[in-house]
Design a binder for this molecule. Structure first.
Ligand code: SF4
Length: 324
């Protein structure tokens, strides 16, 4: 495969076929820099040297009745994590201060559970206008399955974006969750779009799926034209059904990021949970494909000190999307 020519085609509007996307994922290790260079060409065209930083608040943790195999917050998880109901307003404000201190462009609020209650949505939604006015960042909610009416309510109070990950392919989905379906997740994304909200939807790689499943996910997200796409690398946490499951290599993770970039050229592509563990010393290379990352940790797992991330950006010559 001529990777440079493929990048040119993508910039000219070509949409990768499943066969081409699979070729990226299964490319030889000696082609890795060429594959990344192709991804970087596309990334640079749309995003220059900018990197968006995102800060995550776990606004309600654990206590979920679903059985997602990768999740420490599920009803079948015995992971030792903090479990608490919806946080109060003071905690949200505190997290907003932390998000600003971390130079975040987007402040993400996550609530565990299958669906949010109206009380939970109202409690959070009423804080959005003031927090946006005070800090200026964009607000993204991750609150489970949403009806059209709920999505419209969030749009009306100033929420910019909804995160709802498809996680994997339709084929593999029943292997990682039996309490809701892939179609229900797609329905939520349809409601989000119809309400006029931006979509943040991505996946988790390394759960036992095949490369073809990862390609199917990437092409589905491309069809949906999602505005943001977080790529998580499975953290096989003790106490979850996938504990100890480890199939990823840093080089494969880079190919995954390159494939998501080439299939979703204009999308904010985020390296999400697992980057420290699975990319290891190759983390900086990931940003030649991705243009976004979390700082300050994840839902139930710690990241590394933000200072190390800022040093990495400086060494790469990349700039934060918003400076404070
Ligand atoms: S991913 Fe969401 S729905 Fe699934 S178990 Fe975790 S909190 Fe519940």
């Amino acid at each position: 495969m001529n990777w440079s020519a493929l990048a040119e085609q993508v910039l000219a509007g070509h949409r990768l076929t499943a066969r081409e996307a699979l070729a990226v994922l299964t490319s030889a290790d000696e082609d890795l820099l060429d594959v990344l260079a192709a991804a970087y060409r596309v990334r640079r065209h749309w995003f220059g040297d900018r990197v968006s930083l995102n800060f995550l608040l776990n606004a309600k943790s654990g206590l979920c009745g679903e059985d997602c195999a990768y999740c420490a917050q599920s009803r079948i998880s015995r992971a030792k994590i903090a479990r608490y109901p919806l946080v109060d307003a003071a905690t949200v404000w505190q997290a907003a201060e932390a998000a600003a201190a971390h130079h975040a462009r987007t402040f993400c609020w996550a609530v565990s559970g299958r669906v949010p209650s109206d009380m939970e949505l109202d409690a959070l939604a009423t804080l959005v206008p003031e927090i946006k006015a005070r800090f200026g960042f964009r607000v993204c909610f991750s609150v489970g399955l949403l009806s059209l009416e709920q999505a419209r309510r969030l749009k009306a109070c100033g929420v910019d974006r909804i995160n709802h990950n498809l996680n994997t392919s339709r084929r593999f989905y029943p292997k990682i969750c039996t309490t809701h379906t892939y179609q229900q997740r797609l329905n939520t994304l349809r409601n989000v779009r119809r309400a006029g909200l931006e979509i943040c939807s991505g996946g988790i790689v390394g759960m036992g799926e095949t490369p073809a499943d990862v390609v199917a996910l990437a092409l589905e997200l491309s069809r949906l034209e999602v505005e943001a796409l977080p790529v998580n690398f499975l953290l096989p946490l003790a106490g979850t059904p996938l504990a100890g499951f480890q199939v990823l290599t840093p080089r494969y993770c880079l190919k995954v990021l390159a494939m998501f970039r080439l299939t979703n050229p204009k999308t904010e592509l985020r390296i999400a949970a697992g980057r420290e563990v699975h990319l290891g010393p190759l983390q900086p290379l990931g940003l030649f494909a991705a243009n976004s990352m979390f700082v300050g940790g994840y839902l139930t797992a710690k990241g590394r000190p933000a200072e190390e991330d800022y040093q990495m950006l400086e060494a790469l010559g990349f700039s934060r999307d918003v400076d404070w």
